[in-house]
Write a new protein. Structure first.
Length: 377
């Protein structure tokens, strides 16, 4: 498990010397950066983090609020302000975290469906520009998670938070332990705990650090890939969580449970399994590289393109939330001149068979599935 810190540097252009010393003592592998204006300057902070041995950066994009949509903030922070390019230039693996505790920090906290829609739209914009890994920030209340599950389909990782009063396992006063349990049981996605902390005002920071290590070591290491301790910060609002040098030294002395490793690597050999029959995919389903031609969308999540009338239909009739990502290129099938498969639908080019506004039709997937299972004839 990668271990690091959530950094809050309000009105700081870069790290101060104390923060540099704490990161070094902690041996931080991963760091969560707030990408909004006023939270640091990306090239300097990311290059310093890499120089100290950091390998993974969680780049957090704020929820939609009165200051703009999540999509607009993603465009501003990742691309216009250069956080994504700075991470790549520093040799740090970026993971974009979409949102932050949406049940606590958005303009309309009663609307998980709107949060899901915001995440889906931001994911589409980001993947259009760059095939970066996307993580969805989870809420702190189970009822809110139930309402925003539709957007989990775009994620390559999930970012729960985990706090406790005395131990991580006591969960504080929210549903964070229940949410972590649910995502471990009901998804197969890797998890990055983007905020971890223990309140316990009577305990020293070094004591809290050891309790955090003990709590993290008890989690499923095959699923929990990283954790960012809250927080290194000069903001007095978080003084009861702010790490000191003693706590960083406890983290720095962590044992072999916490291995510094690339995101994509495994810390144990792959199990030996029986040989499986060879499989050759249909040519249309083989991933393609991003084309240079204009008017074509390429999705890094599946490495497939979307163009012409199929793109128009995808954009007009619901986009990512309805169709999912394309999983093939266009190809001819069963006498139909052009079809394209998506995660949740199949589009067919039916020009000449129906009025012009029905040139693109959608396959009757429910009917096909029911017949294949012999529920109907």
């Amino acid at each position: 498990m990668l271990l690091g810190v959530d950094i809050i540097t309000v009105a700081q252009p870069t790290w101060n010397p104390t923060q540099i010393a704490m990161l070094s003592a902690m041996r931080a592998d991963i760091c969560r950066f707030r990408c909004a204006p006023g939270f640091g300057e990306p090239p300097a902070m990311l290059s310093d983090f890499a120089r100290l041995g950091g390998t993974v950066a969680l780049l957090d994009i704020e929820n939609s609020d009165q200051n703009g949509t999540m999509s607009a903030k993603a465009q501003r922070d990742l691309f216009d302000r250069g956080w994504l390019a700075a991470a790549q230039a520093a040799g740090v693996t970026p993971i974009v975290e979409l949102g932050c505790e949406p049940d606590n920090y958005r303009a309309n906290t009663s609307s998980p469906a709107q949060q899901a829609a915001d995440v889906l739209m931001a994911a589409t914009l980001i993947q259009y520009h760059s095939p970066v890994s996307l993580a969805v920030s989870l809420p702190t209340r189970m009822a809110y998670l139930t309402g925003m599950r539709a957007c989990l389909s775009v994620a390559t990782a999930l970012c729960p938070h985990l706090y406790g009063y005395e131990q991580l396992s006591d969960g504080g006063n929210t549903d964070e332990v229940a949410i972590l349990t649910w995502v471990l049981a009901n998804t197969s996605l890797p998890l990055y705990l983007s905020e971890v902390g223990i309140d316990s005002p009577s305990s020293t920071m070094a004591t809290k650090a050891q309790r955090i290590l003990d709590g993290l070591a008890a989690l499923d290491q095959s699923r929990v890939k990283g954790a960012c301790v809250f927080t290194i910060s000069t903001d007095p609002a978080w003084s009861h969580y702010a790490l000191d040098m003693a706590a960083c030294q406890v983290f720095g002395a962590r044992g072999t449970t916490f291995q510094s490793a690339p995101v994509s690597s495994s810390t144990s050999p792959a199990p030996v399994s029986a040989p499986t029959p060879s499989f050759t995919p249909h040519p249309a389903f083989v991933p393609v590289t991003a084309p240079k031609e204009t008017g074509v969308l390429w999705f890094g999540a599946t490495s497939h393109t979307l163009r012409n009338s199929f793109r128009q239909a995808w954009e007009q009739d619901g986009g990512l939330a309805i169709f999912g990502y394309p999983i093939s290129e266009e190809f001819s099938e069963n006498g139909i001149p052009a079809v394209q498969y998506f995660e949740r639908q199949v589009m067919e080019w039916s020009a000449g068979r129906y009025p012009a506004h029905f040139n693109v039709t959608y396959r009757l997937l429910g009917d096909e599935a029911a017949k294949s299972k012999r529920y109907i004839q």
